[in-house]
Write a protein that binds this ligand. Structure first.
Ligand code: UD1
Ligand code: CA
Length: 422
């Protein structure tokens, strides 16, 4: 994929989202929408990605890495957006083809993108685009073909006549162009339409009139080309990705009791024989070992790593913490910024008070410790190996509990004679 560069268009305002953050930064299963096409394009081996940004460009630039940005100052349409990459791409002599996709069409799979590129390379067309058929094609550009089935143009929804509106073949919005043909055609586009925009889709008619070959690949998986323009479509995308994520963890040997009510974000790893009960939320980046039991109603947040055979029960929230093998945290707990050792038992209702109003502090609970019901641990604090806290005790900041000892009370004091409660 050395001779191919990708352009992702993301300058639009996304007005239909009615949001103060740019549309493409809205998360889908914990990952910004715009990261999806970037990851997909990277995964098929395309290294050069140019992203066209405009509306709230700085917010987008801050969040992304590994792409080159160009700015579209005025949102004059998708053709104008692509033209902003002209100088960079014409100068780059190694590049002869350009893959263009839209930042708001996040669910395309690597296989489909590869298909388009391979087809393009083998037919040497001026443009190869992805189409599909929809019973209700409202909102999409329609593919117009001649009687001999050649693509002659794409007509946008607003411009379509009632005859064109019933055409079911749609423009998904991903194209592979020959670089020279693309920029040649873009120069000829005029904003002669209701929106007074320069449409990228008008390049097809320009190329067809010049008798240049236009080819297409089709997909019959509707979820792939879902364009996210509204909150409702964002929800549809969320549902598709959620299901994809759950399918992939189930394939790795994880049991999901009720997929409709389980929320695992992109970028979570879970090992085999772990069971996830309903209403469990697992955020991006969390790592979970094998043989664990999670939920119901558990919430595992960013920065959490869980070892093998851990039991995390109902109404437990864990953030930025490490949980050792065979630990049990079964009922109504909050664990933040904590390292928990092996075989630790955390009693019902235990709270780690990790935030003192200014900063988040760390707590360490060493192997085999036994934290009694309703303990409050005020960070920073350390509970030594095999130590015990009595029910309802409040272990205050810096009052570390030595290994093997027991503390009780408020504030917790070390018992003189330490006999293990277990
Ligand atoms: C576009 C296609 C339509 C296709 C549909 C698929 C055009 C003219 N139409 O319509 O044929 O069926 O996608 O989802 O291309 N953008 C810019 N600069 C601009 C305008 C838009 O960067 O000046 C970006 C937007 O941020 C967005 C993408 O281009 O990511 C598509 O723009 P949008 O206005 O959503 O196009 P659609 O009406 O969905
Ligand atoms: Ca769109």
């Amino acid at each position: 994929m050395k001779n191919i560069a990708a352009i992702i268009l993301a300058a639009g305002e996304g007005t239909r989202m009615k949001s103060s953050i740019p549309k493409v930064l809205h998360p889908i299963c914990g990952k910004p929408m715009i990261q999806y096409p970037i990851d997909t394009i990277n995964s098929i081996g395309i290294k050069k990605i140019i992203m066209v940004v405009g509306h709230k460009a700085d917010m987008i630039k801050e969040r992304l890495e590994g792409v080159r940005f160009v700015k579209q100052e005025r949102l004059l349409g998708t053709a104008d957006a692509v033209l902003k990459t002209k100088n960079i791409l014409l100068k780059d002599k190694n590049i002869d083809s350009v893959l263009i996709s839209y930042g708001d069409v996040p669910l395309l799979t690597p296989e489909t993108m590869k298909n388009i590129i391979q087809r393009h390379a083998s037919t040497r067309s001026a443009c190869t685009l992805l189409t599909s058929r929809l019973k209700n094609p409202t909102g999409y550009g329609r593919i117009v073909r001649s009687s001999n089935d050649r693509i002659t143009k794409i007509i946008e929804e607003q411009e379509a006549s009632i005859y064109e509106k019933v055409m079911e073949e749609i423009n998904v919005g991903v194209y592979c162009f020959n670089k020279i043909d693309l920029f040649g055609a873009l120069g000829k586009i005029r904003p002669n339409n209701r929106k007074k925009e320069y449409y990228l889709t008008d390049t097809i008619e320009v190329l067809a009139k010049a008798n240049l070959p236009i080819d297409s690949v089709s997909t019959d998986v509707p979820e792939e080309f879902l364009g996210v323009n509204t909150r409702n479509e964002l929800l549809q995308a969320e549902q598709v990705v959620r299901r994809r994520v759950l399918d992939s963890i189930m394939q790795k040997g994880v049991t999901v009791i009720d997929p409709a009510n389980t929320y695992v974000e992109e970028g979570v790893t879970i090992d085999k024989d772990t069971v996830i009960y309903p209403y469990t939320f697992i955020e991006n980046g969390v790592n979970i070992g094998s043989g664990c039991s999670l939920g119901p109603f558990a919430r595992l947040r960013k920065g959490t790593i869980v070892g093998d055979d851990v039991s995390i029960g109902n109404f437990v929230e864990i953030v930025r913490s490490r949980i050792g093998k065979h630990a049990k945290i079964r009922h109504k707990c909050y664990i933040g910024d904590t390292i928990i050792g092996k075989r630790v038992n955390i009693g019902a209702g235990t709270i780690v008070a990790n935030y003192d109003g200014k900063r988040k502090n760390k707590t360490v609970i060493e192997d085999d410790a036994f934290i009694g019901t309703g303990t409050i641990l005020i960070a920073p604090v350390k509970i030594g190996a095999g130590a015990t806290t009595g029910a309802g005790s409040v272990v205050t900041k810096g009052h570390n509990v030595p290994a093997g000892r027991t503390v009780v009370g408020v504030p917790a004091k070390i018992l003189k004679r330490t006999k293990r409660a277990r």
